[in-house]
Design a protein around this ligand. Structure first.
Ligand SMILES: Cc1cc2nc3c(=O)[nH]c(=O)nc-3n(C[C@H](O)[C@H](O)[C@H](O)COP(=O)(O)OP(=O)(O)OC[C@H]3O[C@@H](n4cnc5c(N)ncnc54)[C@H](O)[C@@H]3O)c2cc1C
Length: 415
């Protein structure tokens, strides 16, 4: 259990307002065009940079506003309300930067973060591989030590922002002999010899942001690029990063919910069947009411998860909250987008209108940054741990099941 006051700082509200303005001016009107062409909306990204929105998640010491995860969520929500794809295009910069923010050395932060804050450099996060998705510990991209350098060999799969990004946080195996400390993260900059974007994926949704394969053919980077300055802590940094970034994905989902709900609201009050607007028909009213409840419930959970991280940083409760927010909000986005298409009837199925795009864009939210099955595993594991604090409730369960369950090793020890 956690109770977190959700306090919106003045800065966060100012950033939210700027994001809304950019969404209305640069994002929504161009969303269909960039989706169709599968092109990146550089005009909107420039507007985001000029408005200082990339400063949202960067600490003040490094040129940012240090406005926190809640402010990041507010901005991502506004942008995603207009176009989920552009919401990701923005938020992935935070995902790629968090390993440096949370685990980088002072020199690394000073070197890279001000450029990100200013919107001069875009960032990507390279964890997933062909054979390592949910099982992120099973990476095979190798980084070998060679004098003052690391040499990286292998392929990463599904790098969002690949090609557009200038800075890549790349998770590699540096010690294959160690089970717990195999992985390290290295920063690779665009243009480093041997580093190439090989395949731009043709996607169902979020088509305005590139998702690519990144190939590393003996890519040589100085040891100064090893995030945190020591090997073996990459997996920990990746997990911390995901805890910080998940409210941002969840906020994209809230934006998607609100965007689809708003369109369905306008449509249902204009479209007439049987002589009245369809919003007068009870079954449509039920869909609209359910969509509104799901959107608001998701929003409150996301804000609470984000506020918790801002208040106390990484901890088990915040990790669970981040997983719950990601899982719930993204499931809601899929449900709300589905019902919004239903409210639109046949028009909802047509690519002539943005509602179909909301539906296509929603699906990925349940998959990336940890599938919703994995989020449920995370949540369930936290519940098992929390059970040890509930011994006082033991007398209320049948006596036959009061003996605690012991793992195999523990049982043998007890015997
Ligand atoms: C468009 C897109 C953008 C992406 N962007 C990035 C990015 O920028 N950076 C990055 O590093 N990665 C990125 N990814 C990768 C993404 O995070 C992975 O796709 C995701 O983690 C799932 O991995 P997988 O696709 O290999 O599926 P798998 O892990 O193979 O899973 C397949 C299915 O099995 C289920 N499953 C697997 N293990 C378990 C289990 N233990 N219990 C229950 N169910 C399980 C999954 O939930 C899923 O339903 C992106 C992916 C896509 C499609």
């Amino acid at each position: 259990m956690t109770q977190q006051n959700i306090v919106f700082s003045e800065k966060a509200l100012e950033l939210q307002a700027k994001a809304r303005e950019i969404a209305d001016t640069y994002v929504r009107p161009a969303a269909a065009k960039f989706d169709k062409a599968q092109e990146y909306n550089y005009d909107a990204a420039r507007a985001v940079a000029e408005a200082g929105l990339f400063r949202t998640f960067i600490p003040e010491e490094y040129g940012g506003y240090g406005a926190g995860v809640l402010a990041l969520a507010l901005v991502a929500e506004e942008l995603a309300k207009a176009d989920s794809g552009f919401g990701v295009a923005f938020a992935v910069n935070a995902l790629g930067s968090f390993p440096i923010i949370l685990g980088g050395t002072e020199e690394q932060k000073k070197h890279w973060l001000p450029q990100v804050a200013a919107g001069e450099k875009f960032v990507a996060f390279c964890l997933s591989e062909k054979f390592a998705g949910s099982d992120a510990g099973g990476l095979s991209v190798r980084a070998f030590e060679d004098g003052d350098d690391y040499v990286i060999c292998g392929e990463k799969k599904w790098t969002t922002n690949g090609g557009v990004a200038d800075i890549y946080s790349v998770f590699c195996v540096t010690d294959p002999t160690s089970k717990s400390r195999r992985i390290s993260a290295l920063v690779v900059e665009k243009g480093t010899p041997g580093f190439e974007v090989k395949k731009v994926e043709d996607k169902m949704g979020i088509r305005c942001v590139p998702v690519v394969e990144t190939h590393f053919d003996h890519v040589r980077v100085p040891k100064a690029n090893l995030i945190g300055g020591r090997p073996g802590v990459g997996f920990k940094h990746a997990m911390m990063t995901l805890d910080y970034a998940r409210p941002g994905v969840a906020a994209q989902a809230v934006g998607a919910c609100q965007g689809a709900l708003d369109l369905a609201n306008v449509y249902s009050n204009r479209r007439q069947q049987f002589g009245v607007p369809i919003s007068k028909h009870e079954m449509v009213q039920k869909m609209m009411a359910d969509m509104a409840m799901k959107t608001e419930a998701a929003r409150q959970l996301v804000y609470a998860a984000a506020a918790g991280i801002d208040a106390v940083g990484p901890c088990p409760v915040n990790s669970k909250m981040a997983a719950m927010a990601k899982c719930f909000a993204t499931d809601m986005a899929m449900e709300v987008a589905t019902d919004a298409v239903q409210v639109f009837g046949g028009y909802g199925f047509m690519e002539d209108y943005p509602i179909a795009k909301f539906f296509r864009d929603a699906k990925i939210l349940q998959i990336y940054e940890g599938t919703n099955q994995i989020q449920r595993l995370v949540i369930a594991r936290h519940l098992v741990r929390e059970c040890s604090e509930l011994d006082h409730l033991q007398e209320y369960i049948p006596t036959e099941v009061q003996e605690p369950y012991l793992e195999e090793g523990e049982a043998a020890q007890k015997a």
